[in-house]
Design a protein around this ligand. Structure first.
Ligand code: ATP
Ligand code: MG
Length: 458
């Protein structure tokens, strides 16, 4: 209780206090010096900041939303930073919940929207929810493992990744509080890391992926100092928990600028041996056209606001891995279908060791892959069964992509396109002669152990 009181008094005094100004030089960009207006802001984010401020807390819109609004883009989501503790935020909003164990945040809901509210975080010695001593802990490589500690607003700005991501917008008076010259960098189109780049990448190697993503998405120049160490530090990504890597890769692949982001990663030298998925995407000569096409389609769909499916994209990115391995297994004497299934399992296994692709996605990926050979069967009842398969649509789109990339003849995709939309009679005419059936009929009867002959059952 006393701790809480001290923290509150301290954090209230913090913004602008002597202690704070000693550490950083905060600049204030007043309402009439920038382009953000209250009207542009998300009503849910405004409701949250207004309510917090009415209750006597500091509350700012922070990070990506401020950056995007200044660039004239529509923010994907809004983050709010405050000096209220997660419990205090939780108590203010009926529809809210505390999430996360290491980094406790509050999700405040209005309608279908969610605003993420986080308490100013810093490097101070404060008690965290699940930490025993509340101290910042780092491993030998300097990576931060646990940093659930509250801090001042200046400290909160300092722990953020890039200068353009560390600006706070005050919805009460329209000011932007800028601790690291983010506004100047934004105007100059420079992506600059806060602090010493090597140290910051060591603390959190994911920042290297973020550097490539933001540079590509915003078409900003990555500051040479932030750029130089990446090529030599990619190996650190191996220590990042697979679930975090997956989240960050998902952001990169679905940023609407996947192609450019990946080019950027290649330019930074962040590919070989850092992530199996990146090796596959960036260094696979056989599947290059297929991968380029699938990334291009994804970027396009995002720009057009069409739904995208991570499982489909991951299936596409890894398809040529599956094909190559499957061929190897077949060459060693396995039949084609079991070879395909074994290859699918192995390719997924290799990926999930570093990238935690959720099971719901891998299950769909396997279905999409597993259905591909079935498109070749165009006789008898089989095409009808495939048509009514719940994954037919995704598997068919995948087939078209294979055709477009030149892997298979386009004719097969065209046949299926026509078959889907044909009448019953037309469909019957389209079916190919059932050579399989004749083969099956000719098969010899199986002999049971009792010695009796029984017909083969398919
Ligand atoms: P996007 O448009 O992709 O959402 P964003 O800047 O909002 O961009 P988020 O991943 O949503 O990115 O993170 C929100 C904010 O949290 C960032 O703007 C940055 O200030 C901070 N942040 C996120 N990840 C890191 C990190 N790895 N290291 C330091 N700060 C981070
Ligand atoms: Mg964001």
């Amino acid at each position: 209780m006393i701790r809480k009181f001290i923290r509150k008094v301290f954090s209230k005094a913090a913004p602008g206090s002597a202690m704070e100004t000693r550490k950083t030089s905060r600049q204030i960009i007043s309402e009439n010096q920038h382009t953000i207006t209250r009207k542009q802001l998300n009503p849910c984010a405004l409701k949250v900041t207004d309510e917090l401020q009415r209750s006597g807390f500091a509350a700012f819109i922070v990070g990506g939303a401020v950056r995007d609004l200044l660039l004239g883009k529509t923010p994907k989501d809004y983050d709010v930073a405050t000096d209220a503790t997660p419990e205090e935020v939780r108590n203010l909003f009926r529809r809210s919940r505390i999430i996360g164990r290491r980094f406790r945040l509050v999700h405040v809901m209005c309608g279908a929207e969610t605003i993420e509210v986080s308490t100013f975080r810093g490097a101070g010695v404060e008690e965290g929810e699940d930490s025993d001593d509340g101290r910042r802990v780092s491993n030998d490589a300097g990576r931060i493992l646990r940093d659930n500690v509250f801090g001042s607003q200046a400290e909160d700005a300092l722990r953020r990744d890039f200068t353009i991501n560390a600006m706070f917008y005050h919805p009460g008076n329209g000011e932007i509080w800028d601790y690291h010259n983010g506004y100047k960098d934004l105007k100059a189109g420079v992506l600059r890391i806060i602090g010493d780049p090597r140290t910051r990448y060591q603390e959190d190697p994911v920042r290297m992926l973020r550097a490539a993503r933001f540079a590509a998405k915003l078409e900003f120049t990555l500051d040479p100092a932030a750029r130089a160490p990446i090529a030599g530090m990619g190996g650190l990504l191996k220590d990042v928990p697979p679930s975090r890597l997956f989240d960050e890769m998902l952001k990169l692949l679905f940023s609407g600028h996947a192609q450019r982001s990946l080019k950027q990663l290649r330019a930074e030298g962040l590919h070989h041996g850092t992530l199996p998925l990146l090796d596959v995407i960036l260094e696979q000569p056989q599947g290059e056209r297929f991968i380029t096409l699938s990334l291009h389609q994804t970027d396009l769909r995002i720009k057009e606001d069409k739904p995208v499916s991570p499982a489909f994209l991951f299936a596409a990115l890894l398809w040529h891995e599956v094909l190559t391995l499957s061929k190897k297994i077949e060459d060693a004497g396995e039949r084609s279908i079991p070879a395909l299934y074994q290859a699918m399992e192995q390719v997924i296994q290799t990926q999930v060791e570093m990238l935690a692709i959720p099971r719901r996605y891998t299950a769909t990926m396997k279905e999409i892959w597993g259905l591909q050979p079935r498109f070749e069967q165009r006789a008898g009842k089989r095409p009808f069964a495939l048509l009514s398969h719940p994954r037919f649509r995704a598997a068919f789109d995948f087939l078209l992509l294979r055709g477009e990339s030149g892997e298979i003849d386009m004719e097969i995709g065209q046949w299926w396109e026509k078959f889907q939309h044909a009448s019953e009679n037309q469909r019957a005419e389209m079916l190919l002669p059932d050579t399989e059936k004749k083969k099956r009929r000719r098969r010899k009867p199986k002999i049971q152990q009792t010695g009796e002959a029984t017909p083969a059952i398919d």
